[in-house]
Write a protein that binds this ligand. Sequence first.
Ligand code: PLP
Length: 488
Amino acid sequence: MAKNQPSPEIKFFSGQHIPVELHKVRMVQKLHLKPVEERLEAMEKGGYNTFQLNTRDIFLDMLTDSGTNAMSDNQISSMLQADDAYAGSQSFYRMEQAVRQVFGKHFVLPVHQGRAAENIISQAFIKPGDAIPMNYHFTTTKAHMELNGGEVLEIYTDEALKIKSNVPFKGNIDINRLNKVIEKYGAKHIPFIRMEASTNLIGGQPFSVQNMREVRAVAEKHQIPVVLDASLIGENAWFIKKREEAYQNASIAEILLTMCGLADIVYFSSRKVSSTRGGGICTDSEELYMKMRDLVVLYEGFTTYGGISVREIEAMAVGLYETTDETVIAQSPSFIEYAVNTLDSLGVPVVTPAGALGCHIDAMGFLPHVPQEEYPAGALAAALFIVSGIRGMERGTISSVRDKEGNDVLADVELLRLAFPRRVFTLSQTMFMIDRVNWLFQNRHLVGGLRFTEEPAVLRFFNGRLTPTSPWPQKLVEKFREDFGQSL
Ligand SMILES: *Cc1c(COP(=O)(O)O)cnc(C)c1O
């Protein structure tokens, strides 16, 4: 790589590793830390599902990084120059320019969020009986593909689902498995191969450029397009710079262009990648663009706004440029790394190496006495909220769907994800989280399981309601009072 771009790392005299915020806070929002009894009440009202909580009752909202990131001063100020127009808005052309420069793709279709891109791509390219190989599924991706009659094939490497690992690229596709599935299903039944940057559901784990090159070579041999889910691409690029020898001196901008250059279609959720709202689909191929364009008009809005407000489109453009700035994108993964390494040193089972998006606690390792049928990750999410006011997200069996016979499909991994929205939380808040997780770990025997009382048929994790299988939450509150007195 041509450019020599050292990382903006800060070393400490003491030898400690402390992640430093390379930004300052210029607008604040007051938070509320309520007494533990009130948090228990809120959890009961929310049916032991953290999606059903009201932010009024939450201290640190670590549910997701989707649409909850802090915007920069430049993003906020860009919103004031937004050009309101149904068609031909200048805001769109500025965003198109940003996509061309940052992702290197010529055509861009705006959509209202990431899953809308998945709807369009699935409708445009998937026919009943098709199979789509990928490193790992994402909830909304899988739902849209299956709705169009497609089958999701996860061809991750053996290392991907191991909780403890020091493999730097657990998000890689297994090339042998890729060759095998192409042989088995036939290239004409494979509309595309999907690679997800910073693979969300397995702990925000990245893939390497080397792996993507190998996937590309196989795809070209069989003339199968490659689709890149770039929702978490900034962090994946950062991990490539940190972990892939050949790219340690490359700039993030170069790595982003390299990754996108290996894909035929790149789609993204701007709720993540540029800290705003909306999303987009981009490609260099006019043929692929034309297959999707009219679906965007039908489902999203005219092709120069795609269901997004022009203010958000302006902020998207600035956010995309900022994704090439290492000091901007390093903040979230370096805080996650700090949290993961500290929890790991305390013996708390967490997914290693640290990934993007959040800190992922292994609920089966944390609560070995809670059977998987009683949703350990959901129970852990509820317990942590009660003892800390921190809201995390269950990523386990509750997040999967029942099979055709109505049986629970036990998830490969049961994770409690504590997301780090970009540039939102400080180091002391991170330390508070670590302290309470550690206390809960020492008292883990008090946490029991959950069962459903109301269960929607589609994406049940959003609106489902559950109840504890024994009065364990009350016992947890009693122990909290014993140890912490009147503390919040
Ligand atoms: C969040 C996410 C999506 C969906 O994006 P939304 O904007 O929430 O609809 C798709 N893929 C990945 C990898 C994501 O993280």
